[in-house]
Write a protein of this length. Structure first.
Length: 455
């Protein structure tokens, strides 16, 4: 797609707005909007008010919508004569920052030679502000496209009230398409455009076999051990060495990956050794890049996250505990339905051990979007314009609950243009973002707006 007249001054605009971008990102990062922490409620609302001010300061209409949980901020850039509307989704809440590996205070913004350090800088405040700067340019230069912003403050806890918000305001949120900027490239050398996300459900198994700790010397051998029995249940559910789930029917609805998809995955710049190093793995279940990508993007999982019970202090206290709790999750892929898979797991667990109680803690459906078509072509062209590199189409192994909700209620194409990199520390200590991705992102978004306006 050729560059239009609207893009003639984009390089000058990006360069001249760097200082303002950094100042705004710094102020936003220093609001500790941790949705997981009930004590941060005031900071969540402070973050919502700050981004609403950013929107109005840039010439948009802004409104803070209350929900039963955290609010959602909506901004609207209206352009006279525009016949098409694009909505951009980001989230302003962040992960906790309690890891001991932080080398600086996580909610103190630091600029270091084009690198921006602080919790939320890449997930997802940096990309959100990048899109905002692009939208201001688009409006000021007359690109005939209405641009709306939907900024959530509960994404990091699974978007529990986002559906309530969208369902209640579907008419007000009417749009022609949605752009999501909350995803990660595989490598700085190659932009990556996800078109699929895994879904998931989280669950808790509990087993009570007594009312108090019992001395293993006096009762061991006769007493039931809830921790041992929970571990037995898990060993029947899946093979921990291979990851293969043994529950009947678990893989029944899994869609096969096409050769075209796998070729695109392998063209993404994925480097197996670098990936293993970034995440600190000493060894993996599989040895080839193709098999790793298939497993992390296109296959479901059964994972154990914690086993609670008994004595956990120094040394060994020889007791038989009365109660055990096991935390687990299943990542799911198209066309698996969380409710159905949970029922399969529940039925199987009851067959293995009828005394185990199982409850779902939360769920999100998987998502599979367009791999081709006009919006995908518009995004491909935009990334080539912004970064000088054509993107690879990939899937992501994570989940974004809001995407499934928007697909359900808004019923429009959803495209992903993320800007984060593996080295940015997504959900990790020493999280950061950088000007290269922000500046290239501004150009990319403006070009995408121009392309969408001319569809």
């Amino acid at each position: 797609m050729p560059s239009s007249k609207y893009l003639q001054s984009i390089d000058q605009y990006v360069a001249s707005n760097r200082e303002q971008y950094e100042e705004m990102l710094g102020d936003l990062v220093e609001v500790p909007s941790v949705s997981m922490d009930p004590e941060r409620k005031e900071d969540i609302h402070r973050g919502a008010e700050l981004v609403a001010q950013y929107l109005t300061g840039f010439g948009a209409e802004a409104q803070i919508y209350p929900t039963s949980g955290n609010p959602v901020v909506v901004g609207r850039f209206k352009v006279p004569g525009a016949k098409r509307t694009l909505s951009i989704y980001n989230h302003i809440d962040v992960q906790p920052a309690q890891e001991p590996e932080w080398t600086r205070a996580p909610f103190v913004f630091v600029k270091d030679d084009g690198k921006y350090l602080g919790r939320g800088s890449t997930d997802d405040k940096g990309p959100a502000l990048t899109a905002l700067f692009a939208a201001r340019y688009s409006k000021e230069n007359g690109i005939p496209l209405n641009i709306n912003f939907i900024w959530e403050l509960e994404e990091e806890i699974g978007s529990p009230h986002f559906e309530e918000f969208v369902k209640k305001n579907t008419a007000a949120l009417k749009t022609d398409s949605v752009l999501v900027s909350d995803t990660i490239w595989i490598s700085r050398e190659k932009p990556a455009m996800p078109y699929g996300l895994r879904g998931m459900f989280t669950g808790i198994m509990t087993l009570e076999t007594g009312t108090k700790d019992a001395h293993s010397g006096v009762t061991g051998g006769a007493a039931r051990n809830p921790l041992g029995e929970l571990m037995h249940v898990v060993s029947e559910c899946y093979d921990a060495k291979t990851g293969k789930v043994k529950i009947p029917g678990f893989y029944k609805d899994v869609k096969a990956v096409s050769k075209k998809e796998m070729d695109s995955f392998l063209a993404s710049g994925f480097n197996l050794k670098r990936w293993q190093s970034v995440y600190g793995f000493k060894d993996l279940r599989v040895k080839t890049a193709a098999e790793v990508l298939k497993r992390i993007w296109c296959l479901p999982t059964f994972e154990i996250h914690g086993l609670i019970g008994g004595y956990t202090g120094p040394g060994v206290k020889t007791v038989v505990p009365p109660r055990g709790e096991l935390k687990f999750s299943c990542r799911l892929v198209p066309d698996q339905k969380p409710e159905q898979i949970f029922k399969l797991v529940e039925k199987f667990v009851k067959k293995i051990n009828p005394d185990v109680k199982l409850r779902m803690d939360g769920m999100l459906g998987p998502y599979l979007g367009p791999f081709s078509g006009p919006y995908a072509d518009a995004a491909r062209d935009a990334l080539d314009f912004g970064f000088g590199k054509s993107p690879a189409f990939i899937r992501e192994g994570g989940s974004i609950g809001a995407v499934v909700t928007m697909q359900k209620y808004l019923k429009v194409p959803i495209i992903f243009i993320g800007l984060s990199l593996p080295e940015h520390g997504y959900h990790a200590p020493n999280e950061n973002f950088d000007w290269i991705q922000a500046s290239g992102g501004m150009k990319t978004f403006v070009k995408y707006f121009d392309n969408v306006a001319s569809l």
